[in-house]
Ligand binder design. Sequence first.
Ligand SMILES: [Zn+2]
Length: 344
Amino acid sequence: METLFKKIQSKTRFLSPFKNFSLDEIPFEIRCDPLTGETGRVFELPFKAPELPDMKETIQRSKEIFCPFCTDSLGESTPLFPEELIRQGRIQVGHATLIPNLVPFDTYAGVSIISAEHYIEMENFTAEVMRDAFSAALLFIQKVANFDPKVRYFSINWNYMPQSGSSLVHPHLQVNCGYVPTNHLRLQIEGCNRYRNEHGTSFWRDFINAEKENRERYIGEIGSTFWAMSFVPQTFLPDVSCIFNEHYSLIQLGVGELECFLQGFSRILYYFNQENIPAFNMSIFSVKDDEHFRVNARICPRLFPRPIGNSDRAFLQTLHKESATVRFPESLCPRARKIFNARS
Ligand SMILES: [Zn+2]
């Protein structure tokens, strides 16, 4: 079978000031995402994330500005769902509270506040800490699906800390449900249909088998969840993908599968923390009723790469819609795999 992992290898040449202006060649790869066909530039620079920034000042400022999710303000300052959708106005699961999102990202948009804790360090996101908020998110998705059968696309998302784009320090998930897929989800759906038409087999099964066989990016499996570093990373540093091997929709997900995901997710966050990564974006992509699709997640490290405090996204990502990654996922994978499996 032809490879799923297509890439063009190239190099750029210059007279290097670090090598007495002798000729230097820097190799790079243009990689093609096996599912969506999107390309990304991947190279290996001697980049190491700076020491973890001291977040004390950011946390203090976030409290002074105002936090709608802290216990004193939550009841008064956050909206309620219309009664016909959520009878009590908000969903409460253990320590988590799910409220409407004031930002209209989709027809049904919720915010699942993890707990009353204003700040939680990344290494402390155990499965137990995250369980209530994800359970509330799944409950919201089920309620939306029952309330409005026309809704076909779901996602659970997370921006953690300002480096990731989050305006609030207080940890919260964002749940979107609607009629129109986002660009990336649409490309995933089209990609898996195209693959099935061309090969007569499931992309997801072939992909998982190929990653397990070559082991270059393979991290591990927990229950029916499969974990690997992404062949075409979306971010400045390589990201991690998870596939829910047996589920096409978040509506189907039970307690057991959620637990497997949260165990793996927590280990990836622990790994990020060990690598001095202060922030992340996470999305879980899901359809409602396409049995050929598979629920999948992406966990992307975010950081300010240089001491000036620059963003890790620039013209290439914003305008060319092309990712650029300064380390090969294959270089980082052995350490990620070791940490992931040591915490089982
Ligand atoms: Zn707060």
